[in-house]
Design a protein around this ligand. Structure first.
Ligand code: PLP
Length: 404
């Protein structure tokens, strides 16, 4: 009997527990300190009323034998798949079939599980910094090679820094799987249609598959930024897209997401749609009827109004943070098409040193960029998911400190 030793290779990412420890120690030494947390990646606004109403109605249905629902369909109820199709794709000129949409319990699960349908020998390209799930799930699957000087020697790294506008350069060799996340976590930067078209072209020429994480598309404000990779001609033959209700509609606790696998996407003569359908039917038993009714309500007129109010709330926070920090002299990125603000820490400091300074002198908590990858060193992430008044107060503290 042998365990999967790849699990032993995974680097424990102590980022959030290290942050929690530092904050707890500071709080113990300074019990009256009013600490403001701008590090959180979770939403704080409640679920829209229209969503909870739909969920309550769905719960009541479960009380009668006539309306009771047992196992849901593995790929999602038709009512939700068609609502997603109409609202998120047809309205943007993207034609999909409902059976290209797979409803799930999270974009995290899907972008982690998608590796099941690909061979272990594929060469994986990842951005640096990044959402750590892409790395760890490929380490588990045995695609990483060994860790040498802080880098896995079988991954193709694509650094994203201020020098390249936080956009990865096209690989200078053939890679097989390409993880792209736009708008990006952690940098908050988006990609234009023209830039994304270059990736679609690269992938089609090289037989690569793009795994496109669009969990933050709802935050896009600029016209030339695509909400879906399928807005780009040719994407259906080279891309899979991950979407989530989490940051869009407050479903981080309720759990609902979906993944698009077009029928046109084939490798080795096989439709990846069929492989993903097989994978989901075997290992996943669907999202609850109650949650899917809640997700469906997101697309009603009233639901959209309420969802947009919450997003507008976070956008105002993002603006307060970005403008305040610029005024304080920082180089600030993101925040325009994203809930994340990425800033350069003052010269000569590391991300962690800046973390300590903010905590100790301003009682503000953020996330050190180095926690998202080596190329995140020298940067820092703040999020707009907090309370508006507290966010304003945090920015005032930072501005007052650095304008001294
Ligand atoms: N993808 C990115 C880039 C994220 O930042 C997150 C959550 O923080 C997720 C996916 C996870 O989304 P979900 O809540 O749908 O699992």
């Amino acid at each position: 009997m042998k365990i999967n030793e790849n699990f032993l290779k995974i680097q424990n990412n102590y980022l959030f527990s290290d942050i929690a420890k530092k904050v707890a120690a500071y709080k113990e030494a300074n019990p009256t300190a009013d600490i403001i947390r701008l590090g959180i990646g979770d939403v704080t606004r409640p679920l829209p009323k229209k969503v909870t109403e739909a969920m309550k109605k769905a719960v009541e249905e479960q009380e009668s034998a006539e309306h009771f629902r047992g196992y849901p369909p593995e790929y999602g109820y038709d009512f939700l798949r068609s609502a997603i199709n109409r609202h998120d794709f047809a309205s943007r000129g993207v034609t999909l079939q409902d059976d290209e949409i797979f409803v799930s319990d999270g974009a995290k699960s899907d972008c982690g599980n998608i590796g099941d349908i690909f061979d272990q020998d594929n060469l994986v390209a990842i951005c640096d910094p990044l959402y750590p799930v892409y790395v760890d799930t490929n380490v588990m699957a045995g695609r990483s090679g060994d860790l040498v000087d802080g880098h896995w020697n079988r991954f193709y790294y694509m650094p994203c820094t201020a020098e390249n506008g936080f956009l990865p350069a096209l690989p200078d060799c053939k890679v097989d799987l390409i993880y792209l996340c736009f708008p990006n976590n952690p940098t908050g930067m988006a990609i234009t249609k023209d830039e994304l078209a270059k990736w679609v072209d690269y992938a089609n020429r090289n037989d690569s598959v793009i795994l496109y994480d669009a969990a933050y598309e709802a935050y896009i404000t600029e016209e030339n930024v695509p909400h879906s990779i399928f807005e780009i001609d040719g994407a259906k033959t080279c891309a899979i897209e991950f979407r989530s209700f989490s940051k869009t509609a407050g479903f981080t606790g309720a759990r609902c997401a979906y993944t698009i696998v077009p029928h046109e996407l084939k490798r080795g003569g096989v439709e990846l749609n069929a492989l993903w359908a097989r994978r989901q039917a075997t290992k996943f038993n669907g999202v609850s009827y109650i949650t899917q009714r809640g997700a469906e309500a997101v697309f009603t007129e009233e639901g959209q109004k309420q969802v947009q109010e919450n997003i507008a709330y976070y956008r105002r926070n993002a603006k307060v943070i970005a403008e305040g920090l610029k005024k304080a002299g920082f180089s600030v990125y993101g925040g325009v098409n994203s809930p994340y603000i990425w800033l350069r820490v003052p010269d000569g400091m590391t991300s962690w040193e800046f973390f300590d300074l903010l905590l100790h002198k301003m009682q503000v908590v953020g996330t050190p960029g180095s926690g998202f990858g080596a190329a995140g060193e020298g940067y820092f992430r703040l999020t707009s998911f907090g309370d508006a008044e507290k966010t304003k107060e945090a920015v005032e503290r930072i501005t007052a400190y650095f304008q001294k």
